[in-house]
Write a protein that binds this ligand. Structure first.
Ligand SMILES: *[C@@H]1O[C@H](CO)[C@@H](O)[C@H](O)[C@H]1NC(C)=O
Length: 479
């Protein structure tokens, strides 16, 4: 861990022996989920606690390959356990689907239940050699880790991979309270319903996982109290159970990017960024779970061109369930408007491979992020002080977009969720980008994003609120 940010090793201070505790990380095998728990692994490993990171062989490989900001291969304390699951259908995403939820990943989600047995065997083994086994698992992997409850010296913590803001609304809706909402007046009207956020199959999957959640020992959030303190407080109040604590220990991603990639040179787009003006570049990326329709790609290209902003655009199709299933040949070759790349070559870069998002957001030249508002992307953007042009697609994203634009006021709406069935026109895109990247209003928004970035920096520094909460979690599991 030599190349990582200076995290103090607290074990000497609290008198316990953390080496007697082993943490087993069980992420949902999808990029936004894998990435968050891998980053969390670094934070816990810094306390001298061994981490056992569990996934399928391909997803472990993918998580390591795609990680940015530190090098998981140099972290001696993090052990990867590659398990195999039966073959499953691994189609490409349909870019024309009206519901943007990645239903093409459902066969994968239906097959991860096969991790239950190898995970149970690992927990058994560790339970004999360690004083306490601590399982940290994605809320959607609750059934996979259910055997934890039959092991006397094991306990589990649920990781909610979404914002505290989104978690709060789920809880609130589940309670069907008559009481007035304890949030800003008018906010409820802006928080969209769950219509079209998921598929019925995925809703069933969520419900079936919920059965296994009640016996956990606590909850972890990639949340920071300087960002979402109000919603963490509300969650604690609403769920009030002394035996199940909630720890806001985010952001999980590092703020200081020190680790060099184990192999290969710096990405070309970073070298290009080096030559740009501070805070002048818009980063455009919509995550790993959706593919934009051809027509939308054309409008976006035209909008970027008309806006005259400087940009890096990551133009990729959605991940397939099995990352190794598709070679590039089976991927759609999207045609950009004729001559587009030639015309914008002085001020725009189109990236079609994996982009180092965290490093791009942390670069001095980046001044805006057009994003689908997945929580991973939101946290990375907040951490780096970059304001958002929100383009939500599914799941918690529409609500995260409200958090970013209406609550934190560090972004503008690019795609209005209420008009999700419509293609966003080039003129709309151009207009919002000019506001964000070239107006006094945009400057104010960027200023607020920078202030939040400063507050997050203080939160993760020694003595800061996130660091104290992390200390508290580690003290709890090493008690
Ligand atoms: C999506 O629709 C467009 C026409 O609107 C069509 O050209 C394209 O082949 C369709 N793609 C898929 C994968 O169905």
């Amino acid at each position: 861990m030599a190349s990582n940010p200076p995290l103090n090793h607290r074990d000497a201070q609290n008198g316990s022996t953390p080496s007697q505790v082993a943490v087993v990380m069980v992420p949902l095998p999808a990029q936004g989920h894998l990435n968050q728990l891998l980053h969390l692994s670094r934070l816990i490993a810094a306390y001298n606690i061994p981490i056992h990171f569990v996934s399928t062989t391909t997803h472990n490989h993918q998580a390591k390959l795609r990680l940015h900001g530190w090098n998981p291969l140099t972290a001696a304390n993090i052990h990867f356990h590659d398990f195999s699951i039966p073959e499953f259908q691994s189609p490409t995403a349909n870019p024309n689907a009206s519901n943007k939820f990645p239903s093409h990943l459902q066969p994968l989600f239906n097959t991860v239940s096969h991790l239950r047995r190898p995970v149970a065997a690992l927990l058994q083994t560790l339970s004999h050699t360690t004083h306490r086994v601590v399982v940290v698992h994605d809320s959607l992997m609750s059934s996979v880790v259910q055997d934890v409850f039959s092991i006397p010296n094991a306990e589990s913590y649920i990781f909610h991979s979404i914002s505290a803001f989104s978690v709060f609304w789920y809880f609130w809706e589940g309670l069907e309270q008559e009481k007035p909402l304890p949030v800003e007046e008018g906010l409820e009207k802006q928080v969209p319903s769950l219509d079209d956020c998921f598929t019925p199959e995925f809703m069933e999957f969520i419900v079936s996982e919920q059965k296994y959640m009640s016996s956990c020992s606590g909850y972890l959030y990639n949340a920071c109290r300087v960002i979402e303190g109000r919603y963490m407080d509300l969650i604690e109040k609403l769920t009030g159970n002394e035996n199940q604590k909630h720890w806001a220990i985010g952001p999980f991603n590092p703020l200081e990017l020190t680790g060099k990639k184990p192999d290969g040179p710096r990405h070309e787009c970073l070298k290009w960024l080096d030559k740009q003006e501070p805070k002048s570049v818009l980063f455009v990326s919509f995550g790993t779970t959706t593919s934009l329709p051809d027509e939308q790609i054309k409008e976006l290209a035209t909008g970027l061109e008309e806006s005259e902003v400087t940009f890096i655009w990551v133009l990729r199709d959605a991940d397939r369930g099995d990352m190794t299933a598709g070679d590039e040949g089976t991927m759609r070759k999207v045609e950009l408007p004729k001559g587009f790349e030639e015309r914008v070559k002085e001020r725009g870069v189109v990236v079609r491979d994996w982009a180092p998002q965290l490093e791009i957001l942390g670069h001095f030249a980046t001044g805006g992020f057009m994003s689908h508002c997945g929580w991973n992307s939101c946290m990375e953007s907040i951490s780096m002080g970059v304001p958002i042009a929100a383009w939500p697609m599914h799941s918690d994203q529409p609500r995260n977009a409200v958090l970013m634009t209406e609550v934190l006021k560090i972004g503008l709406v690019a795609k209005d969720w209420a008009r999700r069935d419509e293609t966003v026109k080039a003129s709309t895109i151009s207009r919002v980008l000019k506001r964000l990247m070239g107006s006094g209003e945009g400057e104010e928004i960027r200023q607020r994003a920078q202030e939040l970035h400063g507050a997050v920096r203080r939160a993760v520094a020694d003595g800061g609120i996130t660091r104290l909460e992390m200390d508290s979690f580690v003290a709890h599991i090493t008690r």
